[in-house]
Design a protein around this ligand. Structure first.
Ligand code: A2P
Length: 337
């Protein structure tokens, strides 16, 4: 069987990767509809041998769409995802609009695929990119020995903010290298050659929304509200690939060797951990443009008897967004096969 697929936000950083991953994985597409705002309606995009014309979401009739992949921001999802679901589509939503809702499953394809089957509103939420790569690595450890607390610092690339942020990093870098003034529009301060301890918006408790997503989404995906999470999110001048320094305290002791053995078996995870120069994954050398979640620097925490340290890297646009969304779409169409 083939399915009618809509991509909402098709002209964005995630949208264009959705398109290429559907093609790469040979997803059984019948009709493919590309949707964006009126600003880019009429633009032409290649999909294999087809040429597709971007259509205006506002005037599009969703009747007949089987699977809709949304990646156009939370307000667009809130307004349009229910309409697509009401018209019979299964919506896979990459925004944070529905992630916290009890009747919307939040699914990492390798971690809790069974949750995707129960979707009373016809919506499945795709986790935040930072949570996604963290879960791929931590779920096997949690299932084996239990995780009590996660202390994480992220080093997030600009592509997670969208196409304009990619352009801002490029422009600022070029400007600085030619001794010109820089302007910041997307980020509150200069991102080129800098590190910004800020993702999303500030909340009442002093954490940012990107930090609190790691708390709430981790608990929901692992199905354990007792897990404590302390996060600091930083934006770094990297185009593609989020890195994470992860410190966990487990319920039962796990050695570095045991953790490594467990992660070597984990689906979607690749261990790069040779304890030598360059024997660890980085955003640029490993993750960018690739599917797996990479983990290295696996070691026992010398400051805690049940502590383990890890370094986790993945392409935030691929596994962190578009790839997982397509994997969820594959789960949905497999139900109908
Ligand atoms: P457009 O190109 O028309 O602005 P990114 O995350 O890279 O910034 O991409 C955001 C995506 O969401 C783009 O495809 C953008 O389309 C789309 N988008 C943003 N606002 C709307 C809207 N109000 N209606 C439909 N699509 C939207």
């Amino acid at each position: 069987a083939r399915f009618n697929v809509a991509i909402v936000g098709a002209t964005g950083a995630v949208g264009e990767t959705l398109l290429s991953i559907l093609a790469e994985r040979d997803f059984p597409v019948a009709d493919l509809v590309l949707l964006a705002s009126a600003r880019s309606a009429g633009e032409k995009v290649r999909y294999g041998s087809r040429e597709l014309v971007v259509q205006d979401l506002e005037t599009f009739d969703p009747a007949g769409i089987d699977v809709a992949l949304f990646s156009a921001g939370g307000s667009v999802s809130k307004a349009y995802a229910p309409k697509f679901a009401a018209a019979g589509a299964v919506v896979i939503d990459n925004s944070s609009a529905f992630r916290g809702d009890a009747d919307v499953p939040l699914v990492v394809s390798e971690v809790n695929p069974e949750a995707a089957r129960v979707r009373p509103r016809g919506i499945i939420a795709n986790p935040n990119c930072s949570t996604m790569q963290l879960m791929a690595v931590l779920a096997p450890i949690h299932r084996s020995v239990g995780i009590e607390r996660i202390n994480i610092a992220t080093y997030q690339s600009v592509s997670g903010t969208g196409r304009r942020a990619l352009e801002e990093l490029g422009k600022q870098t070029a400007a600085l290298l030619s001794f010109q003034e820089v302007e910041s529009e997307v980020y509150p301060v200069q991102i080129a050659f800098n590190v910004i301890p800020h993702g999303g918006d500030f909340t009442e408790n002093g954490y940012t929304t990107e930090e609190m997503k790691l708390v709430h989404e981790t608990r929901k995906i692992l199905g354990d509200d007792g897990i404590m999470v302390n996060a600091t999110v930083a934006r770094v001048p990297v185009f593609y690939g989020h890195s994470e320094a992860v410190h966990i305290e487990t319920r039962a002791k796990i050695t570095a060797a045991e953790a490594r053995a467990l992660l070597e078996q984990a689906p979607g995870v690749e261990v790069v951990d040779s304890r030598a120069d360059g024997g660890y994954p980085t955003a640029v050398t490993h993750a960018s443009g690739k599917d797996p979640v990479y983990v290295g620097r696996i070691r026992e925490d010398i400051s805690h008897p049940r502590g383990l340290d890890l370094w986790v890297v993945a392409d935030n646009i691929r596994k962190g967004a578009a790839l997982n969304a397509v994997q969820l779409a594959e789960l949905v169409v497999a139900e109908r096969a």
